[in-house]
Design a protein around this ligand. Structure first.
Ligand code: NAD
Length: 459
């Protein structure tokens, strides 16, 4: 099928590449010429396991095109996926300017029946706004009401996880499709069914529903996951105070099938481009509808505070003034297997250490370039703090003479380091672990002063 993807970021690029991989003819549009140049030169602007190989293969077979040509993109696809960003506005609501701009472009150039798919995470009611914007453009062209320019707006939220995006897209748990129950909706449904048929071979994974429910489903899913994380973080803070081990508690409750093991890890708070903004946007949607989502307000508050918990532990051990101290930091991305640093806890923790006068030597397996860019912006007005941050190219390089190691992302390669070497090069054998990677007893045996989240400090 002929598919257009509008927005070539984490979601758009993965969607486009995977749909090309199964045989579709895909046109990827982006307004950012830098991204399109990288892709047209054989590069990939983001880190996502398996993506580079798929893009190389589908490009070689001529099944994927990257361009900034808006008109050509609209003319290409019978299905137009809108996969642009929906960042938080100043008041926390989702900023729809990019979605509506994409809709405007579709209305301006459409040349036949189009299925317009909202893939971006958008608040309930957005499909109707997209429809109005497309209609207004068609009317401005004198093409309103013409059958040759008809369309249907579909909601098809994306549930992929960064770091496992290709795998998630290729093997989805479910595909949610919100569709209107009218003649054009039925036509759109046929096309969506054909498009996703290869993913439904063994059993039907598609859940058809009305458009508003589909839009809501995405927010409810992220809100639930964020709630589990904040819940466990609250429990871990209590575990610290009462001398319980949150890891034992996690196993104890996760074994109940009604609870399950997923998303029960205590840590330094959730980050990324989705949970923080989607929880905020849902709280905002509730407010606009005269309702309060008190649980989600608390989820946000807890998460905000959780990003300071490790700094608090560092202060308790080393004092508030960290001038002259050096910290080795392992992990900068908001989670493993991605270079994404949007709302990453590392940004708050490192900024706090620098603000207290410390030096930071930080390493991440893939996010170093992104970290360089992000910290230059975050610390643009604090050149002195920025000068005390250095990004190094291996985990070992971060360690020599550091007063402590601070772990902020649970990358696999941090799970079983050479502790003997580590203790021989650190100035003090101290670890502040924001991801609970090691066992407190084992650390004590190695002579490491080990501080984790919600776990006992064993002497
Ligand atoms: P992103 O910022 O990585 O990519 C968005 C891209 O859209 C950018 O490259 C930008 O240049 C481009 N763009 C903006 N306006 C455009 C326009 N008018 N025409 C063409 N391109 C345009 O964002 P992302 O992380 O891929 O997220 C996209 C959407 O998907 C968001 O709504 C997000 O909430 C949702 N989502 C993201 C994830 C995730 O893990 N990142 C998962 C599920 C859903």
């Amino acid at each position: 099928m002929k598919i257009t993807i509008i927005g070539t970021g984490y979601v758009g690029l993965v969607t486009g590449a995977c749909l090309a991989e199964i045989g579709n003819d895909v046109f990827c549009l982006d307004v950012d010429p830098r991204k399109i140049d990288i892709l047209n030169n054989g590069g990939v602007p983001i880190h996502e396991p398996g993506l580079r190989e798929i893009i190389a293969r589908t490009r070689a077979h001529g099944r994927i095109t990257f361009s900034t040509d808006v008109k050509a993109s609209v003319e290409h696809g019978e299905i137009q996926f809108i996969a642009v960003g929906t960042p938080p506005d100043e008041d926390g609501s989702a900023d729809l300017q990019y979605v509506l701009e994409a809709a405007r472009n579709i209305g301006r150039y459409m040349n036949g029946f189009k299925v317009i798919v909202d893939k971006s995470t958008v608040p309930v009611g957005t499909a109707e706004r997209v429809r109005s914007v497309v209609m207004a453009e068609l009317e401005a062209r004198g093409a309103g009401g013409s059958d040759a320019h008809s369309f249907s707006v579909v909601s098809n939220p994306e549930f992929l996880k960064e770091g496992a995006a290709v795998e998630d897209f290729m093997r989805p748990d479910r595909i949610v499709i919100g569709i209107d129950d009218d003649e054009r909706g039925r036509l759109a449904r046929e096309k969506m069914k054909r498009l996703y048929a290869p993913f439904n071979r063994n059993h039907e994974r598609t859940l058809y529903m009305d458009v508003r429910s589909a839009e809501f489903t995405k927010y409810a899913a992220n809100a639930m996951l964020a709630t589990r994380i904040s819940f466990m973080n609250e429990m871990s803070n209590l575990a610290d105070r009462v001398g319980a081990d949150i890891e034992a508690v996690r196993r104890g409750i996760g074994s109940d099938p009604r609870i399950g093991y997923h998303f029960l890890y205590a840590g330094v708070g959730y980050g990324g481009s989705c949970f923080p903004k989607d929880v905020q946007a849902l709280v905002r949607t509730a407010g606009e509808n005269g309702h309060r989502l008190r649980i989600l307000e608390a989820v946000e508050d807890v998460n905000h505070e959780q990003k300071q918990v490790l700094v608090q532990k560092i202060e308790n051990v080393l004092g508030r003034d960290l001038t002259g101290r050096t910290f080795a930091v392992w992990g900068l991305s908001f989670k493993p297997n991605t270079d994404d640093m949007r709302e990453a806890p590392s940004r708050r923790v490192i900024a706090a250490l620098l603000a207290r006068g410390a030096r930071v030597r930080a390493y991440d397996p893939v996010a170093l370039d992104e970290a360089r860019r992000v910290f230059a912006l975050d610390l643009a007005h604090e050149p002195d703090a920025l000068a005390r941050l250095s990004l190094v190219s291996s985990q070992e390089e971060a360690l020599p003479d550091a007063d402590a190691l601070v772990i902020l992302t649970e990358w696999k390669e941090f799970k079983s380091p050479d502790f003997m070497h580590m203790t021989s090069v650190l100035k003090n054998s101290v670890i502040f672990d924001g991801r609970n990677l090691y066992e407190p007893e084992a650390m004590a045996e190695l002579g490491i002063d080990y501080y984790a989240i919600g776990r006992p400090h064993v002497q």
